[in-house]
Design a binder for this molecule. Sequence first.
Ligand SMILES: *Cc1c(COP(=O)(O)O)cnc(C)c1O
Length: 362
Amino acid sequence: MIPIAKPLMGEEEKQAVLEVLDSGVIAQGPRVKAFEEAFAGMCGVSHAVATSSGTTALTVALLAHHIGPGDEVITSSFTFIASANSILYVGARPVFVDIDPVTFNLDPALVQDAITPRTKAIMPVHLFGLSADMHPLLELAEKHGLVVIEDACQSHGATYHGRRVGSFGTGAFSLYPTKNITSGEGGMITTSDPAVAERARVLRQHGMRRRYYHDELGYNFRMTDIHAAIGLAQIGKLERFNAQRRANAAFLDRHLQGVVVPLAPPGCTHVYHQYTIRVPDGRRDALLAHLTERGVGSGVYYPVPVHQQTFYTQELGYDIALPETERAAGEVLSLPIHPALTPADLETIASTVNTFTGQVHA
Ligand SMILES: *Cc1c(COP(=O)(O)O)cnc(C)c1O
């Protein structure tokens, strides 16, 4: 089976973990600090704050901006559930806006229509490794005094008009094993606002500014030095990993037939966390089965948009229509694109897709 995702762990990662175990400093310590500095450098921001996951990074980012009960946060429904759940955790309400069918990201024109007096933030999701359309979103945020929290959990190193994602507002990244780089589990908040960074550090550590003095409700959302050591080894490989993902995507772009391949708008560097095609005419699930039978892994991200998840409809009463989001959920299929693919794997992926589309077209 050619897997849909594969974490690439080498000698550096193994050695780095052993060094931490020998050092005696296991919990948040010097490796976390070094990883934060490397991550901030990669994004082109002045501060990065490590957390225990992408979900806790999003949650702390919202809390650091004082977003809470009574506030609305505009985001995408075509995403992993954690984007919206983090908004619920802080007591705010996710307001879902439809996507641009080409990029799968928030449609800025629709964001404008969703702004109310309660709107406090916009949370664009840079889905599949492609930046959301930031210029119009930043303009709206500026005009209405809104915070921008970027869910960059799938887009380490992606750029938009020369700038890295995570540098436009407050960024939140995931370091889960399937992401472009991993620390095992982990997350990272990025910002160039020193007050936001300081508050995020305090919230991550039980609201503690001075040892055992707790001025507000905080959490244990820390990263360990073991995880940071893995992350440090991985961040040194990010540019190489992303270049390989892009080369793999270029191959599939050239060779796939009969499906809609992903597009990167001008000015965007796509880092292909997923290589997501559209299979129209209700044939997506048949292609998935065809690939599985022939040993090619693939995945549907995401089959059910957040606004249609049971908890959101039954418990929270969401009853809205998002036509492009719903159409995407029925048509998307992600193919293996990770840097461990061989040229033979790529040939197999392309030819297996093409035998299916050739068959149904014939
Ligand atoms: C992975 C992911 C998250 C959550 O990250 P975890 O590290 O799994 O908590 C949030 N948003 C998106 C878009 C993701 O892909």
